[in-house]
Design a protein around this ligand. Structure first.
Ligand SMILES: NC(=O)c1ccc[n+]([C@@H]2O[C@H](COP(=O)([O-])OP(=O)(O)OC[C@H]3O[C@@H](n4cnc5c(N)ncnc54)[C@H](O)[C@@H]3O)[C@@H](O)[C@H]2O)c1
Length: 367
């Protein structure tokens, strides 16, 4: 089977789980593969993905084989597949721009980024690397708040003629200007902000839908999240959080019967607890009124390992992007974006998004 050739920007915890997963499922069969939403997408299995280029800016990762870089600090996610063969692909130095927040330097090296002194590439250098490596899809795993860097790499994707899977909450697919650029260049895009397999967003959305269907009026809600990885450390700089908060809040607002006033909904990353490492804990509270205006409330605590929780979703998003490349379909892929991402260009209910995605995979719709 032909492999789907991807390049990854940001060899952090999510990239680690994705690369471990590609190797892990190589020895599995559909009957014993746990944790996969789709074993086969257009003939491509989870392990039919190959990383052919990688970019980072951390001195402990740049220059390393990708198979080693994913286990380098400050990555701290669960190692569920320790034996990754050498890929022959070295992590290239990326363009730093706003990927590195100043406050990260206040923490011990094992918990934070350390900037590499390697020379930064130009756009032409990155485009060349993408072309020479045969990259078909560029996957964006930059830190939250990397607006300039994401714009820069999105331009590289267009210039190199590759598809784009935007796993972070910087709006590319959901920005009409960017969406149009990808369309004009006939390149597919899936985005924005990857939704975990069973995480805070999908749980909060499902419960909100339940309230709506059961006639319970939701009056107030919050979703507080804590974690101890570099994603949470980076998000301590609240000036980087605007689009993350919008992405997470809108994902919940979009499925409510009646939108809540801003004052009555709080959804966001809430604090960094270093010893939690890649364990993310989410607290949801929902206050509503039942029959006869009688009040009720619900409290939920969800504990997940953050990065593997989204890697399986990326594996599906990448394969859907490949189907569009094969069909020569450019622009926004609405079905996978709405099912796999928190902030798609257009929100649908989870049932609609699921049905659309199944139709897309079966070839019954082209976007
Ligand atoms: N874990 C999840 O379930 C999940 C869900 C939704 C979105 N995301 C988003 O995915 C992104 C990646 O998450 P993560 O946990 O892997 O983060 P991470 O902090 O572990 O990794 C980010 C990586 O990007 C590198 N980097 C920083 N600036 C760069 C630049 N300019 N060029 C190239 N590399 C650069 C860092 O050195 C680091 O290796 C974050 O934005 C996160 O919010 C994750």
């Amino acid at each position: 089977m032909e492999k789907i050739k991807i390049a990854i920007i940001g060899i952090g915890n999510c990239a680690s789980s994705l690369i471990q997963g590609i190797e892990y499922y190589r020895t599995k069969s559909p009957e014993d593969a746990i944790g996969i939403m789709h074993w086969d997408i257009g003939g491509f299995k989870p392990h039919d993905i190959e990383v052919v280029a990688a970019f980072d800016v951390d001195e402990r990762k740049v220059g390393q084989d990708v198979s080693k870089a994913i286990f380098s600090p400050p990555n701290c996610t669960t190692v569920f597949c320790p034996n990754i063969p050498d890929s022959g692909v070295k992590v290239s130095m990326g363009k730093v721009l706003d990927g590195f927040s100043e406050h990260m330097t206040d923490h011990k090296p094992e918990y934070t980024f350390i900037l590499s002194q390697a020379a930064e590439p130009s756009k032409a250098d990155i485009v060349k690397t993408l072309k020479d490596s045969g990259t078909e899809i560029l996957v964006n795993y930059l830190p939250v708040g990397s607006e300039e860097a994401t714009n820069f790499y999105a331009e590289c994707a267009i210039d190199a003629g590759v598809g784009f899977v935007n796993c972070i909450p910087v709006f590319i697919a959901s920005n009409p200007l960017w969406a149009e650029k990808f369309k004009q260049n006939n390149l597919p895009i899936v985005g924005d902000d990857i939704k975990a397999q069973l995480g805070a967003t999908i749980t909060h959305r499902t419960l909100s839908d339940l309230f709506k269907k059961r006639g319970v009026k939701l009056e107030r809600t919050y979703q507080l999240n804590t974690g101890g990885n570099t994603d949470f450390l980076n998000m301590l700089n609240r000036s980087r959080l605007a689009s993350k908060k919008e992405s997470k809040t809108e994902a919940v607002q979009a499925v409510l019967g009646d939108r809540l006033e801003d004052h009555d909904i709080h959804v966001g990353p809430s604090d960094y607890v270093s010893w939690q490492q890649d364990n993310k804990v989410c607290f949801i509270r929902m206050e509503g009124k039942l029959f006869g205006d009688v009040p009720m409330n619900l409290e939920l605590r969800l504990s997940v390992e953050d990065s593997p929780n989204s890697a399986g979703v990326s594996i599906d998003a990448i394969r859907c992007c490949k189907l569009a490349l094969q069909a020569k379909k450019g622009g926004i892929l609405h079905s996978p974006s709405s099912f796999f991402m928190k902030h798609p260009p257009k929100q649908f209910t989870d049932q609609e998004a699921y049905d659309m995605t199944e139709d897309f995979i079966a070839g019954r719709r082209d976007d």
